[in-house]
Design a protein around this ligand. Structure first.
Ligand SMILES: *Cc1c(COP(=O)(O)O)cnc(C)c1O
Length: 452
């Protein structure tokens, strides 16, 4: 008997509910403007794909965040997390709003100096700081956040040559009830390593212990985790005062507040599930105020929020290159942007809107990018109105991490454009050129020529 042919089972979604004569209703509205500037005009002038940043949204988001904390606690200072988006103009918007700089490498440190941030308003984080970078940071009186014992000894050794006592904090990691614990950065609280580091710093007599730092994770969905972290940092601060005779001037709670992007696979949209910045501010400030600090010894509350302050202000505009049917019948739409520009597509389900009117037919489809590489999938399945070649789309909330983690791979990086508060557009970063990409390459003489 001949064996029956196997066919892969297929699960199809049943669309229950009322259908109109045009098919299922879509929640989509075309997004034709960003801050009143027509998407079509931006693409015509700056090409496709193109990143667009809204100055108004950055300022508004920042002011709301500052208000959430300042109305609950008297001494608050934000420091802009450079790695989240270090386009200089973006950094300068935050600096104009009063934000200091938070950097995690010598490269970012020099960028902040280059933007004109005074050295004593730069927080220098991260596990890698060379001798030269530490010397530069100390010469500029920056706040050095020590990550590990080797760095502590490195700094102590360097102080002999230094013009002033370095101002330092340590990064502390701890169990906040969120797992896995981010324990690869800084000194652990529970096992006593953090306390050990603090005693060494003070005993050395060569460093000025100024602050305590933590950054407990990213896209944190629990405000309570921050309350736990405040308690643990303040416990250290009290011990510094009582046992080491050192008053801690600031408590830095890092960043990690979520943006309104929805995580991949989430059942509900982020707007329904994520705590608001006010809830985080409430947890942090209330806990801080309950620690029994004397009014004149209340530590400055430092915050290094990245993602939550910039994600909403960034858009990626792109165009449809082609449509095709995959072998299993699914519709696939190929866009002119992929994971090379949208690194966050690996963990977010970005909201994507057509930028022109459409009929109300929709279909579940795969969204691919233009790379000749299988990983280049912007979305495995998304229900969108049918898009035609040449149509434009707007990807929302891409301001965080995409303009720093973008890859120059197969395609070059596109223009980045700012819409200012008056609705004028400004080019912030030019689209890359072949000459730009190749300018650092060298060709050995014996490889210059060939005959084919
Ligand atoms: C990345 C980073 C931040 C910003 O984190 P978000 O999750 O974007 O808020 C802040 N502090 C440190 C030390 C960081 O490494």
């Amino acid at each position: 008997m001949q064996k029956e042919k196997y066919e892969r089972p297929l699960i199809q979604k049943m669309n229950a509910g009322l259908m109109n004569k045009f098919g299922t209703r879509t929640e989509y509205e075309p997004v034709k403007h960003i801050d009143n500037v027509p998407v079509k005009e931006i693409i015509k002038k700056y090409g496709s794909p193109v990143f667009v940043i809204s100055e108004r949204t950055i300022r508004r988001t920042y002011q709301q965040a500052l208000r959430a904390f300042r109305t609950r606690y008297p001494k608050v200072q934000f420091a802009w997390s450079y790695k989240t988006n270090y386009i200089n103009a973006v950094c300068n918007i935050f600096h104009q709003e009063g934000s200091w700089a938070e950097v995690v490498s010598g490269f970012e440190y020099r960028k902040a100096l280059g933007n004109g941030v005074p050295g004593n308003k730069i927080l220098f984080n991260g596990p890698e700081k060379t001798n030269e970078e530490l010397e530069l940071a100390v010469a500029n009186d920056s706040l050095i956040h020590i990550d590990h014992f080797d760095e502590l000894y490195q700094l102590i050794e360097l102080t002999d040559k230094m013009p002033r006592k370095p101002r330092v904090a340590i990064r502390v990691n701890m169990d906040t009830g969120i797992y896995p614990i981010w324990d690869r950065f800084g000194f652990n609280y529970e096992n006593g390593t953090a306390w050990n580091a603090l005693t060494k710093i003070v005993a050395s007599g060569k460093l000025e212990l100024t602050g305590l730092h933590c950054h407990i994770g990213t896209y944190m969905l629990s405000a309570n985790a921050y309350a736990v972290a405040v308690n643990k940092l303040c416990d250290l601060a009290h011990n510094c005062k009582s046992q080491l005779n050192t008053v801690i001037k600031y408590i830095d709670m890092g960043g990690g507040f979520p943006s309104s992007n929805t995580l991949r696979g989430a059942y509900l949209p982020a707007s329904d599930t994520n705590p608001s910045l006010d809830e985080f501010a409430e947890a942090i400030c209330s806990t801080l105020l309950q620690q029994g600090f004397k009014q004149d010894e209340l530590p400055l509350l430092m915050l290094e929020s990245g993602r939550a302050l910039i994600d909403d202000a960034g858009y990626l505009l792109g165009s449809v290159l082609a449509n095709k049917r995959l072998s299993d019948g699914r519709r696939a739409t190929i866009m002119d942007f992929g994971v090379n520009l949208l690194f966050t597509a690996f963990w977010y389900e970005h909201k994507i809107s057509p930028a022109q009117d459409f009929t109300h037919h929709t279909e579940d489809m795969v969204l691919y990018g233009p790379l000749c590489m299988n990983i280049d999938m912007v979305r495995e399945t998304i229900n969108l109105p049918l898009l035609n070649r040449g149509d434009h789309v707007v990807v929302h909330r891409v301001g965080a991490y995409n303009m720093t983690q973008w890859m120059q791979f197969i395609q070059m990086r596109p223009n980045v454009v700012l819409i200012d508060e008056k609705g004028e557009t400004h080019l912030l970063r030019e689209a890359e050129t072949l000459a730009y990409i190749e300018q650092l390459e060298k060709m050995p003489v014996h490889l210059k020529e060939f005959n084919l």
